[in-house]
Design a protein around this ligand. Structure first.
Ligand code: SF4
Length: 347
């Protein structure tokens, strides 16, 4: 196989999966150290790749027709990380000479190389799924997976601005929402109680994170606390969210995109899992505690619970707070937020 000089990587569409794709991107860079590697990603995850050294440029994906137009004549190879037919169709319509990916969703005829999905792919992290594809192409994935992320300096400054008051002092984050659906959300009143206890015991202030749709949820949680809380739901762009996360001493979160970003930044976190499969979507790294209840129906992978949401309702506040305290004690020397910040300008 000739070495492709210009490679485009079609990125996953979910923020968490985008974080879990970082080891594969680094594998690709090691395999093709002199090639130009660009990432094609949807608008809501594209900025993340701007913080990754191994990536030369980031393009925004705007649908099959626009992507095909943008890719035509610009690349020698396309690496398709999503399973979707559409991502393969765009590369095929653009006549990218090499089109690599799993032959999922009947897209095999559109690909020039399609390694077999490995046995046992289910029940393991997405990190493994993406890297196994590269291994199937004969690329080197022997090193330890590196899913780390460093926050660019200007993103850190923007995060501080969002926190207000210069953002100084210690902050604890709560991430009570989940884009996928309500089944993934731990009980809001318990978020409020956990935030209150942690704020009191650590002297930290509380930042409540989330999207615009979660504003009401964030405000209800803030209203349930006596300690002051800054509700940032719907107020942060992705770079600002990364900047805020990099500032945190601790995050309490549901299984979500921000959870993966925080883990990649090395922020200590307690993740509350219910209907999702913790073996596939647990955060990477060793600075987290995972809390879950082994009910018979979990993981169900449903967006809404058809019964009584016991996977979440059986998780008490003390359990989450206890894990948080243990984590903070274990990581007594939590690095200053600045050490999570990459000292370079983004182009
Ligand atoms: S069915 Fe079970 S695992 Fe799924 S959301 Fe409901 S309680 Fe949780």
């Amino acid at each position: 196989m000739p070495i492709p000089e210009r490679i485009v990587v079609r990125a996953p569409n979910w923020l968490g999966d985008a974080v879990l794709s970082l080891p594969a991107l680094r594998d690709l860079r090691r395999s093709f150290p002199r090639s130009r590697i660009e990432v094609l990603a949807r608008a809501w995850v594209a900025p993340l790749y701007g913080a990754v050294r191994e990536v030369d440029a980031v393009r925004e994906s705007r649908g099959v027709a626009a992507d095909a137009e943008a890719l035509r004549g610009a690349f020698d190879a396309a690496v398709l990380l999503p399973n979707s037919f559409a991502s393969a169709l765009a590369a095929w319509r653009a006549a990218v000479p090499e089109r690599w990916g799993y032959a999922t969703e009947l897209r095999g005829p559109l690909l020039t190389r399609h390694p077999r999905v490995p046995d046992g792919a289910r029940g393991r992290s997405q990190v493994y799924y993406y890297r196994a594809m590269l291994a199937g192409l004969g690329l080197d994935v022997a090193s330890e997976p590196d899913a780390s992320l460093q926050c660019p300096e200007d993103w850190a400054d923007r995060g501080l601005t969002r926190l207000g008051d210069g953002g100084m002092g210690a902050w604890i984050g709560l991430n009570p929402g989940a884009f996928f659906g309500p089944a993934k959300r731990w009980v809001p009143e318990r978020y409020a109680a956990a935030g209150e206890l942690l704020a009191r015991r650590t002297g930290a202030r509380v930042a409540i994170l989330g999207g615009a749709d979660e504003r009401e949820l964030g405000e209800a949680i803030a209203a349930g606390m006596r300690a002051p809380a800054r509700v940032l739901c719907g107020e942060t762009t992705l770079p600002e969210l990364v900047g805020v996360l990099a500032r945190l001493r601790l995050l309490v979160t549901n299984d979500s995109g921000p959870m993966h970003v925080a883990a990649a930044l090395g922020v200590p976190l307690v993740a509350v899992f219910g209907p999702t499969d913790w073996r596939e979507t647990a955060p990477v790294g060793d600075r987290h505690r995972l809390v879950r209840e082994p009910v018979h129906c979990s993981p169900c992978l449903l967006r809404e619970c058809p019964i009584d949401h016991r996977c979440m309702r059986r998780i008490a506040v003390d359990r989450v707070v206890g894990e948080a305290r243990a984590l903070l004690d274990l990581n007594g020397a939590v690095p200053a937020p600045k050490s999570r910040v990459l000292g370079r300008d983004l182009q």
